[in-house]
Design a protein around this ligand. Sequence first.
Ligand SMILES: Cc1cc2nc3c(=O)[nH]c(=O)nc-3n(C[C@H](O)[C@H](O)[C@H](O)COP(=O)(O)OP(=O)(O)OC[C@H]3O[C@@H](n4cnc5c(N)ncnc54)[C@H](O)[C@@H]3O)c2cc1C
Length: 387
Amino acid sequence: MEFGWSSEEEAHRQGVRDLLAATLPPDWEALAVHGPGSDFQTDYSRTFCPLLAEKGLLVPNWPAKYGGQDAPVWRQFILGEEMWAANEPRGAQYMNVNWIGPALMRFGTADQLERYLPPIREGRAIWCQGFSEPSAGSDLAALRTTATPVEGGYRVSGAKIWTSYAGKADTCFLLARVPASENGPAGKSAIVILLTDMSSPGIQVKQIPALIGEGDIHEVFFDDVFVPAENRLGEEGQAWEIITYALQNERTGIARYEFSRRMLDRGVARLKAEGRWADPVVQERAARALMLCEAARMLVYRVVDAKAHDLPADAFPSVARWAVVQADNGVNDFLTEFLPDGLIGADPVQLAHHQRAIAAGVASGAAEIQLNLIARRWLELPGEPKR
Ligand SMILES: Cc1cc2nc3c(=O)[nH]c(=O)nc-3n(C[C@H](O)[C@H](O)[C@H](O)COP(=O)(O)OP(=O)(O)OC[C@H]3O[C@@H](n4cnc5c(N)ncnc54)[C@H](O)[C@@H]3O)c2cc1C
């Protein structure tokens, strides 16, 4: 395998770096205390993403007929790496370009494409993802929010939890269940995806105070909310196929190891400045953390390469997701061991990284579930004996 970048790819990366350097506020590094999911970053994305769109850098890999440039998948990925190295200034909108837009393109109606794609590709749309519920997280298929069919649409009732961006979102990519009926669909087949206007009467959003930053996660309550039938994505019974497709895109779209790598470089710079770098134990531990970042990078590259070559599904998206979480945690462990004062006031950005590293293995689905997938689906290891 050739790991080098082509001259076009190098130029593209440099172009993104130059744009970031010219655009982000001078104190952006310190502003990394606000995570990508924070209110601050969501608001910032409203000015930053239209600028990216104007420069042709928001959705380059989207098909030209949907406003993209038919660019290779690597181009979008390089963009993602540079965004993550800069603490993801796209905020909530990374999700729109990576998986909500592509899911709409594959499964949406002409009317949905016309309504939802322009605001995404112009950098104006904020979406939230209404999947998790108090008793349905890893076991997503157990979700209980109901979508009762009525004339012209559905009436939705229930509660979602841990919903990022809900306080600012215009639209929710909402999963709900058509109530059981005799001979009706059941289990996963009863789930529908409703593209729900967050200003609909009956929706209440409540912020959850959280370790990872202000405005990051929410509870969302639905009390008899009407959603028109034309807002259903795909057919009834097709939701699971759509979710699987969408989440595959989400999990390979995040180059979080770049932010961890930057935090590691920052920590090493501080240790050097304080005359503590000569200690071989410090160097060995830094090398381990670096190795985890680079292993994550290579494994993610493998996934992107498979996508670029349209190869069949394999275990590597799960392996890569696990590796990215290990990189976050490895850097966090190193910084916590050798620069513990960063967590009690000396470096607020280190504290923010520490808090996000704790959440990293849970957000976007618990990382342990990836180990189950690798074991059961790909290694075909036996599961728990049925009792
Ligand atoms: C920062 C953050 C942002 C989030 N944003 C969103 C969002 O925007 N939208 C949304 O819908 N959700 C969101 N979530 C929720 C997230 O998707 C869930 O927290 C995640 O799916 C885990 O579900 P749970 O919290 O119910 O934990 P559980 O599923 O109860 O899991 C708890 C623990 O048990 C382990 N576990 C559970 N089942 C198994 C199993 N079968 N085998 C092995 N281990 C298992 C898990 O690995 C985990 O460690 C977010 C979460 C966080 C932390």
